[in-house]
Design a protein around this ligand. Structure first.
Ligand code: ATP
Ligand code: MG
Length: 431
């Protein structure tokens, strides 16, 4: 069966390229698209197998490429001979196969007929440097004798239902404790409803963070070096990609960009801790426009990428009931089995012997075993939030810090240390 090609190329050389492609054996041109919207519509309508696109196609970004792929359309980059910059740009966007105006006919046939969406997936990381291109010179996390060089970091998503059960408090302090254990960590604030990591850690409001990383990703300029520059180092081995400064900017954080950020973070650190927003409903099913940004895309992408999922719930009747429902809901969108964390444990909200009571009701109603309990510790969190510091810095001996340190040690597979803070943090005070 002939391969149907959709073309979306620079206007001045589109005609000659289409003419060549249309005469190739086993290849037909299904549609000559005038712009990106035309191409996306043709792909959605199932009009082609392969999209032949050039880097100068206005608006072409990772999201658009992900859309094509989602509709089973493979992407091949096309450029004019001698336009290496165009090919480089497409490679940065994750397009791996390329042809030129001077590519011999047999090779064109081979590339166009052998490329399928499955055989030519987009690479989510930055493309390998092209010959002659400098490799990234990222100020990658320093590696010491006690920290073996990280290969691919583990992704720990911290998620929980609505009601502020303590996702950010746990994410920030878990990241800090992992770093204290000698594990390089990147903490990424992906909460598009109420980002708070920057404030909790006194990082400058102006820090570019996830919005800048997403923009660079969409434009195809995000690589390990640029991500390392965006990830502020707040303490030794502890980097932070701050969240969006205001929830109205949620449309800027798209799924394909988050996917690339997480993928690159895996190369930057041994642990990638993700502070997620509470929403996990997939509104794509409601809006028929599949190219529209999705409100919960960042969290859904995080849950999809997670190796570990910490499900945080609040230790009170409302919080626990939400947690029971959340176990079912999150099971539909995340692959790891959630590890339940019940936060703010206290007798006042659930009755005497709260640990036993909560464990019993979680086992009965949600089938959850092995719950990690975090104590209610107003004094500890107040001291940390007031100072804009981690618990390890502001309240090292607090019960909450000790419980999170034990959880971090368990995740890192080491014995739990409790004591003095290792390596004080450089404070970047807000103006
Ligand atoms: N163990 C704890 N003891 C006492 N207070 C806590 C504890 N954990 C969290 N808190 C407090 O509860 C509030 C909510 O915590 P946090 O911001 O971490 O929740 P969240 O789930 O990230 O909420 P949001 O929906 O706003 O993102 C904060 O004021 C925090 O200081
Ligand atoms: Mg939060």
């Amino acid at each position: 069966m002939a391969t149907t090609v959709l073309t979306a190329l620079g206007h001045d050389w589109e005609g000659s390229m289409v003419q060549v492609v249309d005469q190739l054996p086993g290849v037909t041109v299904g549609r000559r698209c005038v712009d990106l919207a035309d191409l996306l519509a043709a792909a959605s309508a199932g009009l082609g197998d392969v999209a032949l696109v050039s880097a100068d196609l206005r608006g072409l970004d990772r999201d658009a490429l992900a859309h094509l792929r989602a509709h089973g359309v493979a992407v091949v980059g096309a450029s004019r001979d001698g336009q290496e910059a165009q090919e480089r740009h497409l490679r940065q966007l994750g397009v791996e196969r390329h042809v030129h105006t001077g590519t011999p006919r047999e090779e064109l046939v081979d590339v166009l007929t052998s490329t399928t969406a499955a055989s030519a997936p987009f690479v989510t990381g930055a493309g390998e440097p092209l010959p002659g291109e400098d490799p990234p010179t990222a100020p990658i996390v320093p590696v010491t004798d006690e920290t073996p060089e990280p290969q691919r970091g583990r992704v720990v998503a911290v998620w929980g239902p609505t009601g502020a059960p303590g996702r950010s408090t746990l994410a920030v302090n878990l990241a800090s404790e992992l770093a204290g254990l000698g594990q390089p960590v990147v903490l990424v604030d992906l909460d598009t409803y109420g980002a708070s990591v920057a404030q909790l850690l006194s990082v400058l409001d102006e820090a570019p963070g996830i919005a800048a990383a997403a923009r660079a990703s969409e434009l195809g300029t995000l690589d390990l070096a640029s991500l390392a520059r965006l990830a502020v180092e707040v303490a030794p081995r502890f980097r932070v990609v701050t969240g969006i400064p205001t929830p109205t900017r949620w449309t800027e954080v798209r799924s394909s960009a988050v996917e690339q950020v997480i993928d690159l973070c895996r190369s930057l650190a041994a642990f990638v801790v993700l502070d997620c927003g509470f929403g996990i409903e997939d509104d794509e099913e409601l809006s028929y426009d599949t190219t529209a940004p999705r409100r919960n895309a960042a969290t859904l992408t995080a849950l999809d990428a997670a190796d570990e999922l910490l499900l945080v719930g609040a230790a009170d009747p409302v919080g626990l009931q939400r947690m029971v429902r959340a176990v079912q809901a999150v099971g539909q969108v995340a692959s790891p089995t959630p590890r339940p964390v019940v936060n703010r444990l206290r007798a006042g909200s659930v009755g005497p012997d709260p640990r036993r009571r909560v464990a019993e009701s979680m086992a009965r109603f949600a089938g959850l075993e092995d719950i990690t309990f975090l104590p209610d510790d107003q004094a500890g969190v107040d001291a940390a939030v007031l100072a804009g510091q981690t618990l390890a810095e502001a309240a090292a001996g607090s019960p909450l810090r000790q419980a999170i340190a034990a959880l971090a040690a368990d995740l890192a597979g080491v014995a739990a240390p409790v004591g003095e803070v290792r390596g004080r943090r450089r404070l970047l005070r807000r103006a």
